[in-house]
Design a protein around this ligand. Structure first.
Ligand code: RB5
Length: 146
């Protein structure tokens, strides 16, 4: 199960990604928003990320104008490793090396085709583990000490 959330800047791209998820028969839970009215993104990031931390959803996709605000907010939540990506290499390697559990995209940055490719890579790439697990553990250690 994938959790989805957006603000007004990410609404349209979220809807585009839902079509991709439907076509792939990937289950998702859409936490909104459901239109382009201006809203504050931090609370949406929190709601969506809580769903990942609780284990109800395996990963999350967050969308705002740049993807940056959502990623900053998401990374404040214990257990979240959010990556803001606008290139395929990063979307793939943040799964392989960082075991990222949240992908943040900017609706004003990426078009529909690239956004779909980034989501596809993020969902279908597995964490490599090994030396990268040690590094992720070190991130968790920093998180736990702060
Ligand atoms: C909203 O205008 C915009 O600031 C927001 O979508 C996001 O880009 C913040 O990082």
């Amino acid at each position: 199960m994938i959790a989805l959330g957006c603000d007004h800047g990410g609404f349209e791209i979220k809807e585009t990604i839902k079509v991709y998820l439907d076509n792939q028969n990937i289950e998702y839970k859409d936490f909104g928003v459901y239109n382009c009215d201006s809203v504050d993104y931090p609370s949406i990031a929190k709601t969506v990320c809580d769903c990942v931390v609780s284990g109800e959803c395996e990963k999350a996709l967050l969308f705002c104008g740049t993807g940056v605000g959502m990623s900053i907010a998401a990374n404040k939540i214990k257990g979240i490793r959010a990556a803001c990506c606008s290139d395929s290499f990063s979307a793939k390697y943040t799964r392989l090396h960082n075991d990222s559990n949240v992908l943040c995209l900017g609706g004003r940055v990426v078009g529909a085709g690239l956004a779909t490719e980034l989501v596809d890579l993020f969902i279908n790439t597995s964490f490599e583990g090994g030396r990268h697990q040690t590094r992720v553990d070190q991130i968790t250690e920093i998180e736990n000490k702060n």
